[in-house]
Each structure stands twice: as structure tokens, then as C-alpha cells.
Write a protein that binds this ligand. Structure first.
Ligand SMILES: *Cc1c(COP(=O)(O)O)cnc(C)c1O
Length: 393
């Protein structure tokens, strides 16, 4: 397919498009489809022999979908990818693909909160038991494995608190016990960490974040090894979840410039994180590239860079009212969920509300997304915010 001598970024730009087959036009066309027709019954029957390949029906995707899937496969170094309608579906569909009633799953305590909710509500309702584990557990996860443990779910770094997991150590345990591993790789954007290279079976991303990159689309993508592909693809087909063609086009467009955007997000986030780390209002900066973050040494060993999202822990004693005064008055950091767009964002976070395997106790946590704005402007805005924090205390 592709020339493996080329560098990753070059392959990423070439994947999923063929101008010579498309009137010389650079980007692939957007095909909208529900019905797909066949000239003869023989053609129809032939197509039905490979139900998970090629253009079959709208929900199975069109060549627009496949173009995006091929490009993400290059990015994640996988066998194949499946685009689905949201990042959350990219988490939940592989879970139900591999789990059955009576099974047990080990779920990281710092997971994206809606992923936890799915385990506690839906999986629980279908007789699947979840045990949450400390994100820093490493090889110690062996002690939590039961005879019916089918799956270990990882997310590294963790949502809100950014603990970097020892993925190779956990994968080694999983492999020795025949357990499937799935990782949420959204923070690293498939770029700064490649879980499949470390033996993980399935890696998922919210395309909504850095691949989309412009806060205007919702999508997820699942990339697997050859062995894990069919079970996940079948599950997505059975559930009827698919990514809309116009959104696939937007995602592909975002993907082509992602590397350049990520480099700036990285630079700006590091600048803000280092500046905040020097402020007396801040107790700790939770950014994987800083030594104050749990798992920083693992990040140094396994990651090739960092993206734009991190948290700060303010010193004990600042009231909710003071934090609100700081956050509400910012000009360049609107308050909002989701991230990965070109714009900066801020949101107070409450990890203590969702942890069960570990106890989170600290001063107020504030999560920041460093956008593409000039970082000096961002710092000046935060400086005024910290002045409001102090004034309101
Ligand atoms: C945002 C996010 C998701 C979910 O993505 P949506 O497209 O909003 O459903 C999943 N995992 C992580 C880590 C996220 O940040």
C-alpha cells in the first residue's frame, strides 16, 4: 500500500487519497449514501460474502469514510480503523464487542467520566462487573485479575489529572493472562504515543478533539490489530453506528494539518504550564511533561511529545467563589467542555467526585486547554485571573 521508507507525517498526508483517480483533485470526494445498488443478483450475493469490506450500505461507510480510516490507520500504526459517530462510541463499542454477561473488566480510575458511567450503568445492567484500578498500578494490576477478567481498559494520561500509565507493564500482565487491552489515546492524538507498538489490542480516539481540531464536529475512531479487527467491526455494524460522510471530510481536512497544530498546542501548553508552575497560587501543575505530574518518568520513556491539555492544582483554601471569579473573568479562555480545537478553554474540575479506587484530595483543580493564540496574550489573561483569585479570597 504505502512506501514504508517515508516518514510518518508524509504517509499521513498521502493516506486515503488518490488525485490521479479523482480528476487530479487533491482531496477525495464526499459520497453520501444509504442505498447501494447491484446490477445483478450474482453481484449482490458476491458482495454479501464479505459483509465487512467495501461499499455495502450507508451505515458501513463509503469511500469517504474509508479514506479517513486509512489515514488514521497510518497514524496509529494499526491494521485497520473504524470511524464511528462519537468519541464515546469509540469507547463503548469495543467494550461490548469483547464483553459478555458474567465477565469482569478492569477500568482505570482516571478514565473519562462518561466511560465510567457506561461501565457502572450499562455493563453492570448486563451482568458485567467493573473493578477500578489506580492509574499508577503498573505490573501490580496482576493482583486484581480474576478468572473471568476479559478486558483491561486504559487511558493515558488520565482525564482531568493526567497520570501517565505504565502501558507496557500492564500489557505484559494482560498478555500472560489472555486479556484484551483497549486504550483511550485521545490526549496524544495518535501522534505522541502509539499504543499498538506497545502491544495494546485496540486504541481509540475522540476525533472530536485534535483530529477535528476546530470545535465543529463529533466523531470517534477505533484502530485495532488484525486479530481484534473483526470483532470490533462486527459490533459497530450490528449497532448501526457510523460516521457521517460530511464529518469524515472535515476530519480528514483536520488530520492533514494536525501535526502542525499539535506542535503549537504543545509549545503553548508548556509555556503556560511552566509559568503557572512558578506562581505562588499554584500548588502543582499536572502536565505529563513536567516532573510534578504522576508518571512523568513513564511519559519521558514512552511518549514523543505532549499536547495542549493539562490541569493546575491551586493551593488549599481557595473558595469556589474565588475560583469562579478567576475563571469567569478571562477574555481568552471561555468556560467549556471538550478541547482540541484551535481555541483556548478553561474549566474547573472535580476529580474527587468520580474516583473510587484512589482518593483524590487537593486544592481546587482547573483544567486548561492551550489554544493557538499568542501565548503571551494567554499568560497576561491568566495573570489577571490569578489577581481576581487573590482579590476574592
Ligand atoms: C472527549 C473525550 C471522549 C469523548 O469524545 P466525544 O466525541 O465528545 O464523545 C472520549 N475520551 C476522552 C479522553 C475525551 O476527552
Amino acid at each position: 500500500m504505502s512506501d514504508k521508507k517515508l516518514k510518518k507525517q508524509t504517509l499521513l498526508l498521502q493516506a486515503g487519497r488518490s488525485p490521479k483517480d479523482n480528476f487530479g483533485i487533491v482531496n477525495p470526494p464526499v459520497y453520501h449514501a444509504s442505498t447501494v445498488t447491484w446490477p445483478t443478483i450474482a453481484d449482490l450475493e458476491h458482495a454479501n460474502k464479505t459483509p465487512y469490506d467495501g461499499v455495502r450500505y450507508g451505515t458501513r461507510g463509503t469511500t469517504t469514510t474509508f479514506a479517513l480510516e486509512d489515514a488514521v490507520t497510518e497514524l496509529e500504526n494499526g491494521y485497520r480503523s473504524i470511524a464511528v459517530c462519537s468519541g464515546l462510541t469509540a469507547v463503548t463499542a469495543p467494550l461490548t464487542a469483547f464483553l459478555s454477561s458474567g465477565d469482569h473488566i478492569l477500568m482505570v480510575d482516571s478514565a473519562y467520566s462518561p466511560s465510567r458511567v457506561f461501565c457502572d450503568s450499562n455493563l453492570n445492567r448486563f451482568g458485567i462487573e467493573t473493578t477500578y484500578y489506580d492509574p499508577m498500578i503498573g505490573a501490580g494490576i496482576e493482583a486484581l485479575v480474576k478468572d473471568n477478567t476479559k478486558l483491561i481498559f486504559l487511558e493515558s494520561p488520565g482525564s482531568l489529572t493526567f497520570e501517565v500509565q505504565d502501558v507496557p507493564a500492564i500489557v505484559a500482565v494482560a498478555k500472560s493472562r489472555g486479556i484484551t487491552t483497549i486504550i483511550d489515546n485521545t490526549w496524544a492524538a495518535g501522534t505522541y504515543f502509539r499504543p499498538l507498538d506497545h502491544g495494546v489490542d485496540v486504541t481509540v480516539q475522540a476525533v472530536t478533539k485534535y483530529i477535528g481540531g476546530h470545535a465543529d464536529l463529533i466523531m470517534g475512531v477505533i484502530t485495532t490489530t488484525e486479530e481484534a479487527y473483526l470483532p470490533v467491526k462486527r459490533e459497530c455494524s450490528v449497532l448501526g453506528i457510523h460516521a457521517a460522510p460530511d464529518d469524515c471530510f472535515l476530519a480528514l481536512r483536520g488530520l492533514r494539518s494536525m501535526n502542525a497544530r499539535l506542535a503549537l498546542h504543545q509549545e503553548h501548553a508548556l509555556k503556560l504550564a511552566n509559568w503557572l508552575g512558578g506562581r505562588e497560587e499554584v500548588a502543582r501543575v499536572l502536565h505529563p511533561a513536567l516532573p510534578s505530574c504522576p508518571g512523568h518518568e513513564i511519559w519521558k520513556r514512552d511518549f514523543s511529545g505532549s499536547s495542549g491539555l493539562f490541569s493546575i492544582v491551586l493551593k488549599d483554601g481557595y473558595s469556589k467563589q474565588a475560583v469562579t471569579a478567576m475563571v469567569e473573568g478571562l477574555d481568552l479562555f471561555p468556560i467549556g467542555y471538550s478541547w482540541g480545537g484551535y481555541e483556548s478553554l478553561i474549566i474547573p474540575a472535580y476529580p474527587q467526585q468520580s474516583r473510587t479506587a484512589t482518593k483524590w484530595k487537593s486544592g481546587p483543580v482547573v483544567r486548561i486547554h492551550a489554544g493557538l493564540e499568542d501565548p503571551d496574550d494567554l499568560i497576561a489573561d491568566l495573570e489577571k485571573g490569578l489577581a481576581r483569585l487573590n482579590a476574592a479570597s
